[in-house]
Design a protein around this ligand. Sequence first.
Ligand code: ADP
Length: 164
Amino acid sequence: MSKKVVVFPGSFDPFTNGHYDIAKRALKTFDELIISVVDNPSKKSLFSLDERCHIIEKVFEDSNQKVRVMTFSGLLVNHLKDVGTKVILRGLRAISDFDYEAQMALVNMHLGGDVETLFMMAREENSYISSTLIKQIVPYGGDVSRLVPKAVLKALLLKFNPNS
Ligand code: ADP
């Protein structure tokens, strides 16, 4: 039987406990999870593409090679072809995520033929976590240790206090 591979695409700037939970839950259903960090130079990011990949690799360093971290630019459907899967994973928080996610899922279906987007609901306790929120709290010394994985916290503290 062929391996069930799913691509989890996103900006992950930075990767949060919300992303982590979606990834871990997907691993129960799929044989391999590819976390695909989008290279979008027109969107200003806190962490560089390389930094984001490196941090996510650290988060999953004990995951028995079931998780692969990649980058992609351009159309997601082309990236799916490159890695040989037709399944996209996305997380859904509140209703506010729905319009954008539905639009992306439909456009990817249009462009990719039989490409499917699977959605997983955010756990209630993660439903308010966003990368944007993290980036707004940390510069002012707010504690995000329960909102992001340890490797991410370390990278955030280094980014904002490079001399500590
Ligand atoms: P993008 O810029 O592509 O939306 P993000 O890194 O913001 O990238 O999000 C990647 C995916 O993770 C999206 O499907 C988003 O809805 C989902 N996501 C973001 N935050 C959470 C969370 N707290 N819980 C569950 N899913 C989340």
